[in-house]
Design a protein around this ligand. Structure first.
Ligand SMILES: [Zn+2]
Length: 252
């Protein structure tokens, strides 16, 4: 058992949430009971996620996509009210870590994706508001796009969309978990890597073809499961607490 305060302090510091610029209000978003025995980890906050937490008797939920975002109506009305009301009535805390969990050099979604595919961190990549939220990677042994696809589909349960117009032997890559659209695609092409991995499938077929480049879109949800899973493992090792990753695939 740990106190909520101790856990929140650890997560805030470890993920460096104060220094990461983000549209998400990262950190403890809803406060529940004081003592924590079990934490559920999931990609996205929502009623389905919250009900699962009650089912497994979790005291706290840690997510990548929380409830509160800049520019999104914050009023506690309609479904916003229902969500917060449900957490408060069940005394469950909600902690969110968006870009801090994309960019983290150990448990971050992007580093975990590089690791999964057998690439080592090379250079900072995916610049957002003056900070990099990802990295490019280098592999010791060249890989094929087909092999990379197989790993993603097997390990993440992902459904990949593949645009294989570049080099056949892949030794370098850039990655942007979740929604890495045109700005990051362009950055990847300019970074002169062999392959770009992202989540959302954007209509960039013709750009990829004309640039003679390789892209895999492995799904927004699937590419953002790896960070919360790695964070769950770390918390389990570090604290006397039960953790459980709850996969709630969205098909996106
Ligand atoms: Zn996302």
């Amino acid at each position: 058992m740990q106190t909520l305060n101790e856990l929140v302090n650890f997560l805030d510091n470890y993920l460096d949430i104060k220094n990461v610029k983000d549209a998400s209000f990262n950190g403890l978003q809803v406060q529940g009971r004081k003592n924590i025995k079990k934490i559920m980890f999931a990609v996205t906050a929502g009623m389905e996620t919250f009900k699962k937490a009650v089912d497994i008797q979790a005291d706290m939920i840690v997510v990548h996509h929380g409830l509160f975002w800049k520019g999104v109506n914050p009023n506690l009305t309609s479904y916003n009210f229902d969500r917060v009301d449900f957490l408060i009535k069940n005394n469950i805390s909600l902690y969110a870590s968006h870009l801090p969990l994309d960019k983290h050099p150990e448990v971050g979604n992007n580093v975990q994706l590089l690791k999964l595919l057998g690439f080592n961190i090379d250079k900072p990549f995916a610049f957002y508001d003056g900070q990099n939220i990802s990295f490019t990677g280098k592999a010791d042994e060249p890989k094929t796009i087909q092999k990379i696809r197989e790993i993603l589909e097997e390990e993440l349960g992902a459904t990949c969309k593949v645009l294989p117009f570049g080099k056949k032997e892949i030794k370098t890559m850039a990655v942007c978990s979740g929604g890495g659209g045109y700005p990051q695609l362009t950055e990847a092409i300019n970074a002169d890597v062999d392959f770009y991995l992202t989540g959302d499938s954007t209509e960039f077929y013709h750009v990829v073809k004309d640039a003679k480049f390789n892209v895999i879109c492995a799904g927004h949800h699937a590419t953002e499961t790896v960070g919360v899973k790695a964070l769950a493992d770390l918390i389990k090792d570090k604290f006397d607490i039960a953790t459980e990753f709850m996969d709630i695939p969205t098909g996106l």
